[in-house]
Design a protein around this ligand. Structure first.
Ligand SMILES: Cc1cc2nc3c(=O)[nH]c(=O)nc-3n(C[C@H](O)[C@H](O)[C@H](O)COP(=O)(O)OP(=O)(O)OC[C@H]3O[C@@H](n4cnc5c(N)ncnc54)[C@H](O)[C@@H]3O)c2cc1C
Length: 313
């Protein structure tokens, strides 16, 4: 498949990209930013996207890189690739759940090109990282010719391929505050795309034998990644026993209208979300040092679709 005709411009800077976007808007042209191209180009080849022009921001030094401040806040510029994230020891040490997700996200080629900004801006309801970034309470920074604004990721994600990105804006960075070590991400993937049919990130803190805080976020199940607030509430001050974790996981679908397509029914996605929530919470509790939730690998509720185990690609 070949895309429809389009013009191409390489932005030399963020200001250049914003100016090119404004020029296209003035000419009433549909211009799209091109970062890693791992979502946009397949859509164009399938003619599901037919932009007049592409404005290439891939690899722009101004939009690339990772910084960590003294308070443990990490800022990841938008066109930082998955691979750069995966190989940054500051990221993998501070955010084990992000390392979990990157280890099972797509394949080496996609990770070499795909960017964190492109992932979040695309609004794919099945992308891995939005669940992790939601559980880590990330914010996004957006630039336009009128200035810069920030938005909480939970507000920025709006629905299926819908975000709070305004016309003429570029997502420039994602900021993640310091997080406790008790975090884990689990997914069950669609075997061809590797996108999660369901994916769950848990971030917990424990103290005095109880869970003192819990954040649980889910992707692949609904129109956008979401926080499982009922699950989180039921964990407050709970002892991290297998029974308490299972009871909390059973509530992960409260109020959710699950997606259904040719890959998985709604009830199956909800079932996966429950299993994965239990697994993610169990590993997060173990990493938090509490460990009482115990091993969670003996059941046979689902099998790895590829059968080859984690960190396989
Ligand atoms: C074979 C294959 C397997 C995949 N498997 C997975 C998987 O297992 N898990 C997963 O989560 N994803 C998977 N993906 C999807 C992929 O990870 C991401 O969607 C993709 O990398 C998005 O980032 P990008 O830089 O490539 O964005 P692009 O494709 O360049 O852009 C995507 C969209 O975002 C917009 N955009 C990009 N950057 C910005 C920005 N800075 N500001 C504003 N708008 C912007 C573009 O205009 C476009 O509309 C897979 C993709 C492929 C091709």
């Amino acid at each position: 498949m070949f895309p429809a005709g389009f013009s191409y411009a390489r932005a030399g800077s963020l200001a250049d990209a914003l100016s090119l976007l404004a020029g296209a808007a003035a000419a009433d042209e549909d211009a799209r930013l091109l970062a890693g191209g791992q979502s946009l180009l397949p859509l164009m080849k399938l003619r599901l996207a037919t932009p007049h022009s592409l404005i290439d921001i891939g690899g722009l030094p101004e939009l690339t890189g990772i910084t960590c401040d003294g308070a443990g806040t990490t800022t990841i510029k938008a066109v930082t690739t998955y691979r750069a994230l995966q190989h940054d020891p500051r990221v993998t040490a501070a955010f084990p759940a992000l390392a979990d997700a990157l280890a099972v996200l797509a394949d080496q080629q996609v990770r070499a090109r795909g960017t964190i900004g492109g992932c979040v801006a695309h609004g794919d309801p099945a992308a891995d990282l939005p669940a992790v970034l939601l559980a880590l309470t990330a914010t996004v920074t957006l630039a336009s010719r009128n200035g810069t604004r920030t938005a909480v990721l939970d507000d920025f994600l709006q629905g299926v391929f819908a975000t709070g990105l305004a016309p003429g804006e570029v997502l420039t960075a994602i900021t993640v505050p310091a997080a406790p070590p008790g975090q884990a991400y689990e997914k069950f993937e669609q075997p061809a795309s590797h996108l999660p049919l369901a994916g769950v990130c848990a971030v917990v803190t424990t103290g005095n034998g109880v869970i003192t805080s819990a954040r649980v976020a889910v992707t692949g199940v609904a129109g956008r990644a979401f926080r499982a607030l009922d699950t989180e509430r039921s964990l407050a001050s709970a002892q991290p026993t297998p029974a308490a974790v299972a009871a909390a996981a059973a509530r992960v679908g409260t109020g959710v209208r699950p997606l259904a397509d040719q890959h998985a029914s709604g009830p199956f996605r909800l079932h996966l979300a429950q299993v994965l929530t239990r697994r993610a919470l169990t590993r997060a509790v173990e990493r938090a040092g509490a460990g009482a939730a115990g091993p969670d690998r003996s059941d046979d509720e689902y099998r790895d679709a590829s059968g080859t185990g984690r960190e396989r690609r």
